[in-house]
Design a protein around this ligand. Structure first.
Ligand code: SIN
Length: 485
């Protein structure tokens, strides 16, 4: 592991009940840019997961009894420590996940922003007073922490997906157990070290790392001591986890797969659309659930958009994320790269053409060339599936009604984007798209103030924003009677 200034951030053990938890079994963490082993981490397995749930259960009463101000102060301290250590956290993230260093720094700031946001938002967890059904009655509504929250988080945002969930959970008064993806445990453990330094009490924030995704996930979803389960990952895995939660009727929130349309109308600012397309499509080498997945470009601007996108893409250096100026890093695994290539070749067999890229990249076994495909139709494999790689398929369309139908023709409903300068169209298309988040003349839509989440098979619940606490609270109503003199 290169150049980390504060070695205390490099932790190789799970963080349970405020302590580092040793185990005799270990697993290796690799750098996807060059496959070097960067760490051997103790595997907490099922036993560690059970211990973490017990710790979170014991800590719940004291944590939920604190005032929102007290919890906010600790969250704010954690936020400040994340920013103070932004460079080291980014170095860890790039080496285990692969994204370029500048992007990794951006992710740390993005993750930290949720701690800052919810440190404040916890103070606004308002209730209500409702007129009663009779003159001697009043109805009071209060919101209370749900209890122990269990989370399973993905490898593509090893810091921010934990921060987005933990910040809301802790601010609401819940305690938290997270199992990060086994490919990227180090960012999660570094966050735990900073939570510790911030003074978050033992048992409130627990990180269990291990290879047994299925076994650990089963405990987290089935334990009756866990009141709420939250997951970010694929729709296929999300469905299994929802089913596992059914036995204990847990509150569940899911941030699942996407198949985002990116629509460019004839009247769009094409240069802005190209910049938005680059940001939305090639961020994290296309391994983002809100990534543009299908580009619908109106016939009159199809050629110019394709040419400008190809010219801009040619300027983006590909390589190891630690190298200066690299903008597109490796994919998480060779298998992931092969999956993307298969979608490309199957679609070429069905009639699509390659405008640029379309092959493995010489930078290493996990790299794929940033790719643009033309002559794509909405029924080709590259348009039906979530690509999760640096490939932009361009589909031509003629009118607004047609493109709305094509864009909505997917089981997913996470993010969508469109570019137009017609204000009427902004409202019509914005309202007609069946997606939880819509970028209008904007390619980057994620931030702590916004409600992140999807519809259809892209999930349920919202993270971030003033709505983000709702998934971690229960509404209780108190009926006050006998008020007449
Ligand atoms: C994700 O890909 O799961 C999250 C992306 C984001 O927060 O922008």
């Amino acid at each position: 592991m290169e150049a980390i200034k504060h070695r205390a951030l490099l932790k190789m053990q799970s963080y349970i009940n405020g302590q580092w938890h040793a185990s005799t079994k270990q697993f290796a963490v690799h750098n996807p840019a060059n496959q070097q082993t960067i760490a051997l981490v103790d595997d907490a397995g099922i036993d560690g997961t059970v211990l973490a749930i017990e710790a979170a259960k014991s800590a719940f009463k004291a944590w939920s009894s604190k005032s929102a101000n007290e919890r906010g102060t600790l969250l704010r301290r954690w936020y400040q420590l994340m920013l103070e250590h932004q460079d080291d956290l980014a170095l860890i993230l790039t080496q285990e996940q692969g994204k370029p260093l500048a992007e990794a720094k951006g992710e740390i700031a993005y993750g930290a922003a949720f701690l800052d946001w919810f440190a404040e938002e916890g103070k606004r967890c308002y209730g209500d007073i409702i007129p009663g059904p009779a003159s001697d009655k009043r109805i009071l509504v209060i919101k209370q922490a749900v209890g122990v929250v269990a989370a399973v988080t993905p490898w593509n945002f090893p810091n921010a997906m934990i921060a987005r969930k933990a910040a809301a959970a802790l601010a609401a008064g819940c305690t938290f157990v997270v199992r990060p993806a086994q490919l990227t445990p180090l960012s999660a453990l570094a966050m735990a070290e900073l939570a510790h330094q911030a003074g978050i009490p033992a048992g409130v924030f627990n990180v269990v790392v291990g290879e047994d995704a299925r076994g650990m996930g089963k405990i987290l979803t089935e334990s009756t001591d866990v009141a709420k389960f939250t997951f970010t990952g694929s729709t296929a895995v999300g469905k299994q986890l929802i089913a596992q939660c059914a036995g204990s009727v847990k509150k569940v929130s899911m941030e699942l797969g996407g198949n985002a349309p990116f629509i460019v109308f004839d009247d769009a600012d094409i240069d802005a659309a190209v910049q938005g397309a680059l940001a939305s499509k090639y961020r994290n080498a296309g391994q983002t659930c809100v990534c543009a997945n299908r580009f619908f470009v109106q016939r009159g601007v199809y050629k110019v958009f394709a040419e400008k996108l190809a010219a801009a893409l040619a300027q983006l250096p590909v390589g190891n994320g630690l190298a200066n100026d690299v903008v597109i890093g490796p994919m998480i695994s060779e298998q992931a790269k092969n999956n993307v290539h298969e979608l490309v070749t199957d679609s070429v067999s069905a009639g699509a053409k390659i405008l640029s890229g379309g092959e493995a990249h010489h930078a290493g076994s996990h790299f794929y060339q940033p790719t643009i495909m033309t002559d794509v139709t909405n029924d080709m494999p590259i348009a039906r599936n979530e690509i999760f790689g640096p490939v932009a398929p361009l589909i031509v369309f003629d009118d607004e009604a047609e493109v709305i139908q094509l864009a909505n023709d997917t089981e997913y409903g996470l993010a969508a984007y469109f570019y137009t300068r017609d204000i009427g169209r902004v409202w019509r298309v914005g309202e007609a798209l069946e997606f939880g988040m819509v970028g209008v003349n904007e390619g980057i839509i994620s931030n702590a103030a916004a409600p992140f989440g999807g519809v259809k098979q892209s999930g349920s619940g919202r993270e971030g924003s003033q709505y983000g606490l709702d998934d971690y609270t229960e509404i209780k109503y108190l009926c006050m009677g006998g008020l007449n003199a």
